[in-house]
Design a protein around this ligand. Sequence first.
Ligand SMILES: Nc1ncnc2c1ncn2[C@@H]1O[C@H](COP(=O)(O)OP(=O)(O)OP(=O)(O)O)[C@@H](O)[C@H]1O
Length: 263
Amino acid sequence: MIQLEQVSLTMGENVILQDVSLQLAKGQSLGIIGPNGAGKSTLLQVLGGHLTPTAGKAFLDQKPIDSYRKKDLAKRVAFMQQIANVSGQFTAYETVMLGRYPFLSRFQMESERDHEICEKSMERTCTLHLRDRNLEEVSGGERQRILLAQVLAQEPELLLLDEPTTYLDMFHQLELLTLLNQAQKDGLTWVAVLHDLNLAAQYCDQLLLLSDGKVVQIGRPQEIFSSHLLEEVFGVRVTVVDVPGLPVPQIVISPKWIAYQNS
Ligand SMILES: Nc1ncnc2c1ncn2[C@@H]1O[C@H](COP(=O)(O)OP(=O)(O)OP(=O)(O)O)[C@@H](O)[C@H]1O
C-alpha cells in the first residue's frame, strides 16, 4: 500500500530524513519510534503527502503520493495530528464532521449517512456525550478522542497518527490501540508515532526505529527490542523482559547513570 524508496528531506541546511525506505502492505500497522527530534513527525507528514521528499520517492498504491489531488488523497488517507495544533473554535460534533468534508462537493449539505457515520464514530470513541461542547471546553484526553472520532469518520484506508496516546489515561490508551487493531481487521492500514515503546510493541505489527533522520532498523517488535540497540539510540539503560501471556517482550528502563553507579 505504501512504499518509500530512499527518501531524504532537507529543510534549509538541516537534513531531517536521510535514505528512508519502507514498505507497508494493506491491513498492516507500523509504529515509528525514536528519540525527540529524530524525524518521526516529518516522516509521517511525508507518508501523508503533506511534505514532498527532496530526494527519493514516496508511493501510495504504486502511484507517487504527490501526484494525487489533495481531495482524492483525503478520501483515502486520514491524519490525526497532535492536539496542540488543533483549534478550539468548533464543537466536538462539528470537529468530527470535518472528517466527512473530503466526500462533500462545494456547498453540498451533509447527508443522513454523514451524520450516521459521525455519530457512530463518536460512539466508538465514547465522545457522544460531548457533542455540543466546544473543543476548548473539554479535557486533553477527551479532545484526543474527539480527534480520533474525526479520522474514523473519514473512513480512511490509511490512517496516520502523531502521538495519539498523549493525554490519554491507561484505559483510554489501550482502548484507542485496540480500536485501531479492530479496524485493521477490516483492512485499515495504520502508522503511528509512539513514545511508549511497550504499547508500540504490543499493538504494531512492525516497528521502525528512527535516529537522526535515518532508519536504524525496521522489523517485528521482537527484532527491535534488543537492549543494545535501544540503549545506543535512546541513551538509557534498557532491560528486555518476557511477560507471561504477552506474545512480545517488554522493556524496563532506568537512567544510564544507574548503570554507571552499579558497574
Ligand atoms: N520547518 C522546519 N524547518 C527546519 N527544521 C525543522 C522544521 N520542522 C522540524 N525541523 C527539525 O527537524 C527535526 C525532526 O523534527 P520532527 O518533529 O520530525 O522530530 P520528531 O522525531 O517527531 O520529534 P519529537 O519526538 O520531539 O516530536 C528536528 O531537529 C526539528 O528541529
